[in-house]
Design a binder for this molecule. Structure first.
Ligand SMILES: Cc1ncc(COP(=O)(O)O)c(C=O)c1O
Length: 396
């Protein structure tokens, strides 16, 4: 049996809602985008949710609204997708790369504090809620979180939550809600936990940030096309107040998003059950480390299930992935770290000693299939094949 790395699940109201949009005659940003934004704001507890056409756009707009520009320095983790860093470059800022926690791949308050001590010019941090696990943004009095550390020094935080819907912070509040960051950015790319094909969302509790992002997502125009065509008054009358971007989401995409959102909790629970089953089946293998199962079953979005092959096991990650592929199992690698990418070696500031934890993460990491429509037989096939491959691969 072949098991793909990912298979999209559009088994709910997706087709019905898309058909309604096509029949309505209004395809671009309109009523369905407003509905999607309202539903997403409710799901995250955010005051504002602003729909855009990718998480990259969301990060770009959040950084722009936060005032990132020439002279700004922004700290990003090495283990992330290039989009987290590239938006800083778009705006003329300097990217500083930080190493990550070796077991979770996340930025920690200690890593951030050390980076801020070493580089007082840092204006902003972009923590990434990698795999769907929230970084520790808020702490307790004796043990501050990333935002606590940043607030003391006037450093802004923009969350990259491309993997983390729906997920909870340690205090049980939803990722995307009011935690003290400037904004939180989500991805609805094809294989994310909810998808619109391509798409994204920015959430924020700051009225000024929200209004800047709303304008800049559509050319810097002070009225949306929907607003101009649904209100009484001159449809053509608008002002352009800034040189903005073309980052709006369509109603067709929002229709898919609304249907996906309706099943987001159910889908997360299904992914969690698969993660639990992988633990039951693979937990005994000495060659591997599995991602920890969180205490609260609803706190992790489980976008990815990243196993790590131990260096002492003698297993080579690429050979292992190739063997799984030869057995029909799709896998992926998240991520080759930024400090190894030629563009960031040229443009970013990399710690003097490199990023050894990110190197270790990359050397052994492999993402197994994890999607809500996986059948029990598919889950067992993946587990059987991983188990078999562990024993077949030559040591050393
Ligand atoms: C951590 C992270 N940030 C940002 C992005 C960019 O998302 P999008 O493809 O929606 O622009 C991705 C996409 O995979 C990602 O994994």
């Amino acid at each position: 049996m072949n098991v793909p790395f990912f298979r999209v699940d559009a088994s709910g109201n997706e087709l019905r809602y898309v058909r309604e949009v096509l029949e309505s005659g209004w395809l671009t940003s309109g009523g369905r985008v407003l509905d999607f934004e309202a539903a997403f704001a409710e799901a995250t507890g955010a005051k504002h949710a602003i729909a855009v056409n990718s998480c990259t756009a969301a990060l770009h707009l959040a950084c722009e609204a936060a005032g990132i520009g020439p002279g700004s320095e922004v700290l990003v983790p090495s283990v992330t997708f290039t989009a987290t860093a590239e938006v800083v470059e778009y705006l003329g800022g300097l990217v500083r790369i930080a190493d990550v926690d070796p077991t979770t791949g996340l930025l920690t308050p200690d890593i951030v504090e050390a980076a801020l001590d070493a580089h007082p010019g840092i204006d902003c941090i972009i923590p990434v809620h990698l795999t769907g696990a929230a970084c520790r943004l808020r702490g307790t009095p004796g043990s501050p979180g990333i935002i606590d550390v940043c607030e003391k020094r006037g450093v802004k935080v923009i969350e990259d939550a491309a993997h983390a819907f729906p997920a909870l912070h340690v205090d049980g509040t939803p990722v995307g809600g009011a935690v003290g960051s400037v904004a939180c950015c989500f991805s609805f790319y094809a294989n994310k936990t909810i998808t619109t094909g391509e798409g994204g969302m920015v959430t924020t509790d700051d009225d000024e940030i929200a209004s800047r992002i709303r304008r800049m997502r559509l050319h810097g125009i002070d009225r949306s096309a929907w607003d101009r065509h649904t209100r009484v008054g001159a449809a053509w009358e608008y002002d352009v107040v800034a040189p903005g971007y073309k980052y709006n989401l369509t109603d067709v995409a929002a229709a898919i998003g609304l249907a996906q959102l309706e099943r987001s909790e159910e889908s997360r629970d299904a992914r969690r059950r698969i993660a639990t089953r992988y633990h039951e089946r693979l937990g005994h293998l000495n060659e591997l480390t599995l991602p920890a199962l969180e205490q609260r079953p609803d706190s992790h979005a489980w976008h990815l299930f990243v196993i790590h092959l131990h260096p002492e096991s003698g297993l080579d990650r690429n050979d292992f992935a190739n063997e799984l592929a030869a057995s029909g199992i799709g896998t992926s690698v998240h991520y080759k770290p930024l400090h190894l990418m030629s563009v960031w070696r040229k443009l970013a500031r990399i710690p003097e000693g490199g990023c050894p934890h990110s190197d270790t993460w990359f050397a052994g990491c492999l993402s197994l299939p994890l999607f809500p429509s996986m059948t029990p037989a598919e889950i067992e096939t993946v587990a059987d094949t991983v188990e078999r491959t562990c024993s077949r691969q030559p040591a050393g």
